[in-house]
Design a protein around this ligand. Structure first.
Ligand code: HEM
Length: 426
């Protein structure tokens, strides 16, 4: 960990533009590089700790003002994190609404409980089922090849910014019907919609901009539905809010879109960046994966466990006085389940700090668990596998650029590499 009293400045964040450095620094990039020794130290004193994750690391908590008087707890063990994430009656997502309202508006997958949550979840789920993957995958490999075509002749470049960061938001944008020339702008809006990543007024402005933009597309799909199309699926969906089945309102459709955008972009490209740094640091493993592509998904899964992009699940609100591992948790406490720490719990994984794709496969919390389990996990896995395969196909001697500083992994709520400077034979 760097200076634990560090205040965050945008100079510390990761990104090529000011807004990007600022959004990443607000969630801990540049302030905390390696959180794992701290988790190991905390583990000596049990699975649950007072304070939010940010507070535990002495970093300004961008969500402090949301629940200024609440007791806050952080869970670092696998069993207790699983228990909390699965028990939505005791550990509600409703508390998140206050934190995300300015981002998602009144419709929030992340900020609602059943029965409201289940209704929205059932609406979007068909778009993410295995049989719908082609709705997403049709945009993936063409985009990846186009990106590689752009930089391959140079023989060197930072493939985190030029490759990883350039496709997931594009894929979501294309699936939503965004015009190509607007995708850059869309990327910025998506980043600002990520929880806690932008000041509330900027996030609100981004949400309004997305709504204005998407409303035209929604109206267009109502007039002319398309096959294999996400917005068509939403405009044709029906929901029962007590008065019989009704089509979704504009506000509901736009709200669901605002939910998908931030959840599916940064997470996926940061995972790919972390995967590349991990492989480039291990040339023998990289060569093995290049030869045996069945290892691609295996490596990706182990990276998600060992150093995934989402360090902590969205905070839960205790709906009653309860207790976790013998520690009293009063009603209205905010409880954070630290996915990264749980995924390195020695009670769940042998030698958890070792990156070992050949370890026995066991469930992880990388995509969380329970009713809010990541709806996009299959899409994310497909994108990651396709993107790594495309690089292995087209840049077979990819390696770190010896003339650039070695990148580090950094960040608290969201983890990411500082870059992936690489060279290859054009
Ligand atoms: C490697 C990439 C990804 C990771 C690691 C990841 C991880 C997560 C995690 C940890 C949660 C929180 C669940 C909870 O509150 O318990 C979540 C929720 C969510 N994710 Fe992902 N995600 C990824 C990619 C995606 C993609 C590609 C999409 C969509 C295109 C997506 C859509 C969502 C949505 C909509 C939610 C809210 C679900 C709900 O509350 O019901 N995610 N994800």
């Amino acid at each position: 960990m760097k200076d634990s009293t560090a205040t965050i400045t945008k100079a510390q964040g990761v990104g090529r533009s000011d807004w990007e450095r600022e959004t990443t620094s607000r969630t801990g990039a540049g302030a905390v590089d390696d959180p794992y020794p701290k988790f190991a130290e905390l583990r000596q004193n049990g699975p649950i700790h007072h304070g939010s994750t940010f507070e535990i690391f002495g970093v300004p908590d961008p969500t402090r003002d949301v629940w200024p008087d609440a007791h806050r707890f952080t869970i670092i063990s696998f069993a207790e994190a699983e228990q909390v994430l699965r028990d939505a009656e005791t550990f509600s997502n409703a508390g998140i609404r206050r934190m995300t309202e300015y981002v998602f508006g009144p419709v929030s997958l992340m900020g609602s409980d059943d029965p409201e949550h289940r209704q929205y979840r059932l609406l979007v789920q068909p778009a993410f089922a295995r049989k719908s993957l082609s709705m997403w995958s049709q945009f993936v490999r063409p985009r990846l090849d186009e990106l590689i075509d752009d930089f391959i002749a140079k023989g060197r470049g930072d493939i985190y910014f030029d490759y990883c960061a350039q496709f997931p938001v594009y894929v979501i944008g294309m699936a939503l019907g965004v015009k190509r020339e607007d995708l850059e702008q869309f990327h910025e809006w998506a980043a600002k919609l990520q929880v806690a990543a932008a000041p509330p007024d900027e996030a609100r402005a981004a949400r309004e901009a997305v709504h204005r933009y998407m409303l035209d597309i929604v109206n267009e799909r109502r007039r002319a539905p398309r096959e294999n199309d996400l917005i068509t699926l939403l405009v044709q969906s029906e929901i029962d809010e007590g008065e019989g089945l009704q089509k979704l309102s504009d506000e509901q459709i736009l709200g669901l879109i605002s939910n998908l955008l931030p959840a599916g972009a940064g997470t996926t490209y940061r995972s790919l960046g972390i995967t590349l740094v991990t492989l480039l640091e291990r040339p023998a493993l990289l060569a093995q994966v290049r030869e045996d592509r069945t290892l691609v998904p295996v490596v990706i899964e182990e990276v998600l466990r060992w150093n995934g992009p989402v360090l902590v699940a969205p905070p839960r609100l205790a709906t009653r006085d309860t207790e976790i591992a013998g520690v009293a948790v009063p009603k209205d406490s905010i409880v954070e389940c630290c996915i990264a720490a749980a995924n390195r719990d020695p009670a769940q994984f042998e030698n958890p700090d070792v990156f070992d794709p050949f370890r026995p496969q066991k469930p992880t919390l990388s995509f969380s668990t329970g009713p809010h389990f990541c709806v996009g996990s299959q899409v994310a896995r497909m994108e990651l596998v396709t993107a790594l395969n495309a690089l292995l196909d087209r840049l077979p001697d990819l390696r770190f650029d010896p003339d650039q500083p070695q990148p580090t992994l950094t960040g608290l709520w969201y983890r990411m590499p500082t870059g992936v400077p690489a060279i290859w034979t054009p």
